[in-house]
Design a protein around this ligand. Structure first.
Ligand SMILES: C[S@@+](CC[C@H](N)C(=O)[O-])C[C@H]1O[C@@H](n2cnc3c(N)ncnc32)[C@H](O)[C@@H]1O
Length: 594
């Protein structure tokens, strides 16, 4: 009994080994409110802005985004610190290096807390890709199974470099990384359109174009007894022997057990429907005795499918036997899908071997592609291991449509934002990115700001174009277009939200909730207004006589009006508008009790 109860209560999963002091020091568990400060001088292009670049800790950014973007993100693409133990993961201002006792649990806890919020942001057909290296791939897999139960799509493997032994212990060269993928039920990859070049209609078949396909499958006669049988061409009366190593693709009615069901048509029906391409090789042979047949097998002159080890060899005595191979006449109309699926294997562009024709395999640059691009765009190599643009662009091309929102909350140098802009330029799409990038400032380097100094610069140049110097000349790269707003996260202490919340922060949150976009700051006055005439969003920072008079003058049908004194505004605005309270509304959306 005790054993039974224990079994019921114990779940398969990860068990964290925790140091409470370490976790308490992590500000991300506080019950505070997070607001966004809009930084117009670091934003690019004209408002309303298409994309968002957010500077700050991603736990804060995610909590704020849950208020504005829950259920609306189609694709999350993240590349967290791999926790290699070599200065790539800072936690509470400390690098968690190889000798840190809680290295794996702290990393898992850090990722877990972020994934739990990220999950709420995904749309019903949303998908998440998480990049990872050898060190944590197995633990991360368990964690993702826990956060997204039953939603595993699978793992993609990409080749990062062409080979260099770097493992001192085992004489092994680690040349690949992983991308783990989980998705909600409505998600599928785009695949790519299959070529129909192999289909034509030379015989005027009324069923339309057809291709010459295999009639066999990769099972031997011992594995698939019901698909190993002689086939007769009823028009020529020539028999064809089955291949002992690759039996027929279709079962024979004659071999089925009573009541046995099969998924495909039986061979007899395929023959009746004239879907067999009988061999052009018209040579035949006839053995009148078993002895002659065995001799022909031994001296190699018999048709090659006749072997001493196959059953019922005596059947072939006295029959006219053909040498060629019957094939299958596959009509174009039989294709279940007109696309090829997306392959799990991502190959480097330098790979000489072509991918199989029936899948779409990404061909990407190695790790140096990202580093060279950053150097070209920002003039320095200070950002370690950015992802190759081709990799992220390829994944997003497979996973997103032209109107989707894409989130990267470990944005680093901004490769995901760049890839979104590049993809929009390629297919005239209107995808929007939300990239969160941290400053990476520490007590030792308090002024460091990766988001402002690398990510912002890179994304601005990607949007507007840039020049760079090669060995002997200057080169120009055209801008990809698009605009982004630069936001900073700001933590407001619990209990002080009402007093500390600035009008600009309220306005930013309201716009993101209602309109997705951010208007430029110039939209503000007595009434802060954004959106189209029939879907207006209005914020009243002050509810005084002048503001109420201004409100009266506007056509307000369908408008949503936010005010600190909603009752008063409601009396003046009439029934055609919806008046809502601040900050109660924001705090409720954020998950805090006002
Ligand atoms: C492997 S890099 C991502 C590189 C990125 N894919 C690129 O191509 O530039 C991981 C990034 O996560 C960032 N990061 C780590 N902890 C973070 C946090 N709590 N909030 C936001 N970003 C964080 C680091 O600053 C680092 O830039």
């Amino acid at each position: 009994m005790a054993l039974l109860r224990q079994r019921d209560e114990t779940r398969l999963g990860l068990v964290w080994e925790r140091d409470p002091a370490l976790i308490e020091a992590d500000g991300s568990v506080n019950g505070d409110f997070v607001a966004f400060d809009f930084e117009e001088s670091l934003s690019t292009g004209e408002g309303p802005y298409q994309h968002l670049l957010i500077e700050g800790d991603n736990y804060d950014a995610l909590r704020a985004l849950r208020m504005t973007h829950a259920g609306r993100i189609k694709c999350i693409e993240i590349d967290p610190p791999y926790n290699t133990g070599n200065n790539d993961f800072i936690y509470n201002d400390v690098f968690l290096n190889k000798d840190h006792r809680y290295r794996h649990s702290v990393w898992l806890e850090f990722i877990h807390r972020r994934l739990l919020i990220a999950r709420d942001l995904l749309s019903d057909d949303g998908v998440i890709f998480v990049h990872i290296g050898e060190e944590e791939v197995h633990r991360l897999g368990c964690l993702l199974d826990q956060v997204f139960p039953g939603q595993k799509v699978g793992t993609f493997v990409w080749r990062t470099r062409s080979g260099a032994n770097d493992s001192k212990e085992y004489f092994r060269s680690t040349d690949h990384e992983y991308v783990l993928c989980y998705a909600n039920s409505g998600f599928t990859f785009a695949g790519s359109v299959k070529s129909t070049d192999a289909y034509s209609n030379p015989d005027g078949d009324e069923r339309g174009a057809w291709g010459n396909d295999n009639l066999v499958k990769a099972h031997n006669f011992k594995q698939r007894k019901d698909a190993f049988y002689p086939v007769l061409n009823p028009e020529s009366n020539v028999w064809y022997a089955p291949d002992p190593d690759n039996v027929w693709r279709f079962a024979s009615e004659a071999k089925l057990k009573p009541g046995q069901k099969i998924r495909t048509k039986p061979m007899e029906q395929i023959i009746r429907e004239k879907k067999i391409l009988w061999p052009g090789d018209t040579r035949t042979v006839r053995y009148e005795t078993m002895e002659v047949l065995l001799k022909a097998i031994d001296d190699g002159t018999a048709p090659r499918n006749l072997r001493r080890d196959v059953p019922d060899l005596e059947f072939w005595v006295g029959k006219t036997i053909g040498y060629g191979k019957p094939r299958y006449k596959r009509h174009l109309s039989e294709l279940k899908r007109s696309e090829k699926p997306f392959s799990t294997w991502i190959r480097p562009g330098s790979d000489k071997e072509a991918a199989p024709e029936d899948v779409i395999s990404l061909e990407v640059g190695g790790t140096t592609e990202g580093t060279s691009l950053i150097q070209q765009m920002t003039g320095n190599k200070d950002f370690p291991y950015p992802k190759p643009l081709s990799l992220i662009q390829g994944i997003l091309k497979q996973a997103t449509g032209p109107d989707d929102i894409i989130l990267d909350f470990f944005g680093g140098s901004g490769t995901t934002g760049h890839a979104v802009m590049a993809l929009n330029a390629e297919d005239d799409g209107n995808r929007r990115f939300i990239v969160v990038s941290s400053t990476e400032a520490t007590a030792k380097e308090p002024h460091k700001n990766i988001c402002r100094d690398i990510c912002q610069k890179r994304l601005e140049k990607a949007a507007t174009g840039y020049d760079y110097r090669t060995k002997d000349k200057m080169k120009h790269v055209d801008g990809l277009g698009g605009s982004f707003a630069y936001l900073r996260t700001r933590r407001l202490p619990p209990g002080k939200v009402v007093r500390k919340l600035a009008h600009g922060q309220v306005w930013t949150a309201l716009q993101l909730m209602h309109l997705d976009i951010l208007a430029p700051k110039s939209a503000v006055g007595l009434l802060w207004v954004a959106g189209e005439e029939d879907a207006l969003l209005i914020y009243l920072p002050k509810t005084d006589a002048a503001a109420l008079a201004a409100l009266k003058k506007r056509k307000l049908r369908g408008a949503v009006v936010y005010s600190w004194q909603p009752e008063l505004v409601a009396q003046h605005a009439g029934k055609a508008v919806s008046v809502r309270p601040i900050p109660q509304f924001l705090m409720e959306r954020f998950g805090l009790k006002p």
